[in-house]
Write a protein of this length. Sequence first.
Lengths: 228, 541, 200
Amino acid sequence: MGILNMKRMLLLLAFMAPVVVCAEPSSQIAWTPEVLNLVKNGNLNKGKELAESCKSCHGDKGQGMKEETRDGETLPSIPALAGQLATYTYKQLRDYANGSRSHAQMTGVAKGLSEQDAADLAVWFSSLPAQENKSSSQNLARAEKMVEQGDGKRILPPCFVCHGGKGQGEKQDIPALAGQHADYFARTLLEYKNGQRHNDVYSRMRLIAQQLSEAEIKELAQYYQQVK
Amino acid sequence: MNDAAERKLALSHLWVAFIAFVVACFMGEYQVLERSGFIPALDSPSVYFASVSTHGVLMAFVLTTFFIMGFGYYIASTSLKQPVWNKPLAWGGFWLALVGVVLAAIPLLTGKASVLYTFYPPIVAHAAFYIGATLLVVGSWVWCVIMLVMFVQWKKANTGQPVPLAMFATTMNAMLWLWTSAGVALEVLFQLIPFSLGWIDTIDPGLSRTLFAWTLHPIVYFWLIPAYTAFYVFVPKQAGGFLFSDEMARLAFIVLAVFALPIGFHHLYMDPEQAKGWKLLHGIGTFVVALPTLVTGFTVIASLEIAGRLRGGKGLFGWILSLPWTNTMVLSVILSLLMLIFGGFGGIVNASYAMNAMIHNTAWVPGHFHLIFAGTTVIMYFAIAYYLWPMLVKKPLFSNSMALVQLWTWFIGMSILTTPWHVLGLLGEPRRISSVVYNNLLTLAWKPYEFMMIFGGLILLGSACLFIYVLAKTQLNPAAEAFDQEIEFAEPIHAVASLPEWLNDIKLWNKVIAVLMAISFGYPILQFFFMDTSGSSPWGY
Amino acid sequence: MQTEPLKPKYEQLLRDFYTQFRAIHIDQLERKWITISLLVIGLFVGIITIDAFFHGVNPPSKVETVDSASLHLNKEFAEDNLGVQADEKGNVIVRMVAGRYAFFPKHISVPAEMPITLRWVSMDVLHGVHIPMTNMSTMIVPGYVAEITTTFPKPGEYPVLCNEYCGLGHNHMWSNISVIAKEDWKAPVKSAAKGGSTNE
């Protein structure tokens, strides 16, 4: 490469630098009163109609699908949506549509939904009863301790202070965790941990997940799957 | 005068106050135990914050308001020598306030109103909490109206006569409370109730903090004035002497009531929604309101000295020992003044911005207000109760020595509780935390003080139970002989023949307060309506 | 309506007030005590006022609003603009977001013995923040930017603690700040800071 090319490269990089440094916000969704009202006033019946096309993956009762191994191939679990906070579901749909979150199937699905559709669907799914799962025989004492007491040494608050004493979620958009499929839950935390998922504002879940070990994540996943 | 109705009115209010008080004391000991972290099984933020919220509401709003109402009704009728005006209305106010308390207690005790006794938004509680609190305040306004009516009626029937000091103080307090409660009433009626019911989408937390600060300082004077009233109208006679100066007492009550109001921003020194000029103005006013307390200290100690020397005390300090320390009223005032010295010193620290920055929202703050309120003020509530109970139930006090033990243990327990609490604040410990989980060496310095506080709390709890026991035994004692003594108000050493109108009426001071409030709060509140603010939506906890 | 007769009327009122006030019996000793009290109070008020006007010892003051609901979409408090920055003149500005239950960014380094301007905002409810053993203490009220300028005299590792009830996780809300000796501290290399007191 000649010096002229180098100069051109540097010039190009100099122009790109501000673009690189001005990273996109984690999400375009802000909980202004207008957006909160849009979600609150979502149309239940319209949502039910739209949700017909979600059933094939997310189940006829919004219960999602467990991880399945068929013919040596593992199909990842599909999240339960039933009983989820409407604001959270709305945000995920909008994040998919805006590119703040990406998934092979969901990105396309979300791009085909308007803001009103997303609000209607969110309200519909929040009205469905959350799943209740059987308890396993696993020893979940460590997970319970993390959920109820956190860990001061790693500056980790207890999960319940945000996600609720029964994992039911909390305003404005802290998701319900109770009854979620353990494998989906674990996958989510691992994606936060390695930054693959990054639509949490101010990296609040990424910062937490980075401090958790894989074993802890798996135990928390099992804990929340069986919380009733 | 057959005052059976007045006695029943007073007793009902006082029992509500003291039952609320002893329940809250149990919660207090639970809290200090949970906080120390020495019993891990107790650790629970949900239970802790529900307890702190309930404890705060019971002590700061229920104990105080009902005590002041009951005391006020009895003082009004005995000092003016006439029945309470419109007793059905008075009972209406009582029931309204009590219903309010019960309505607020339900969400508080079930963890649906863990917003603490300051309930700062945008965290919202269940609407029943705010509605209950409103009913309590409106019930207290009924009391204010009755006090004002009795005051005005007496003055009309006794033109030119000095209003008895006890009633003058009580009426000043009623006027003070109407002005004081307006701030929080505006906040609750126009912001918090619609907000918690979902009628409005957003509110401005800066405006809420400002309106609450309007109430937050003068309310402590609302609580304090009955204690000062006892200082002036009971203590000198009980000590065996005379009141040093009736006029200075009136002046003290006036300056207290007037300057308690326009100074709330010393609670907002660290807030971004008010400018420093207003904070400085309020800060200066805060120092002005220290003056009537200093005057009260002088007048009361001078009155005690008269009594001590009349009882044969000699020398510069010898008269202190010759005071009747076994008189519950006298013992209480001595202990109260001791706590006032340290509590007042803490208050001066809080009022000075530069020092405030070191202790704002640290453990120093609850240490301070437990010392000055639970100490100085509440010990006088005990003294008033011991003095009035025999007259209210027409039976002698069950045991004077138990009462003395109760007062001493309250003082000792309070000292052991609040001294470490102040030190924890100086060491940087935040307030309103349910446990210490910071992974920092600083927290090691905190442990011994937290441990000491457990014992202060235990002594206080025992003292509180003893207090209820003495009152209950006095009232329920079947074998007691009849008690016939009447209330005795202290006489001033210089008889008061006539007073200028402004030492005998509240009209002028009402106008002065209006002007001072307009200056101190006018622009700071109006600014919110002209600023371009983005309000907050409701949040849970 | 005639305003002229009002003036002598108020003058007469004041004169009456003064005469009546003088007529009240105030014991000599009490007079002395009141004088001493007034002098002491005057001294304290004087010190505070002089400090305020001449030494800049003032509480936080600039009333600056911000939309707390959309902070991450705001230029100044965008996720990549938080933390410690030095502007062209070398002033150190720190932008922090408080939100249940952390202070973002969770660890910052600032120089000792240099004025630091900290700008705090809340993304949800009321918070308070205090660095123990320093005067870095402020409320963080949603809807407002809390700006405070202070100097940390001693290098060291300090905790940054939330001290206003903000929910059930309040006791877990804290972060860390390293105060580095002036000579050892290097301003972070970053593109020009966006927004700030001039609020672009």
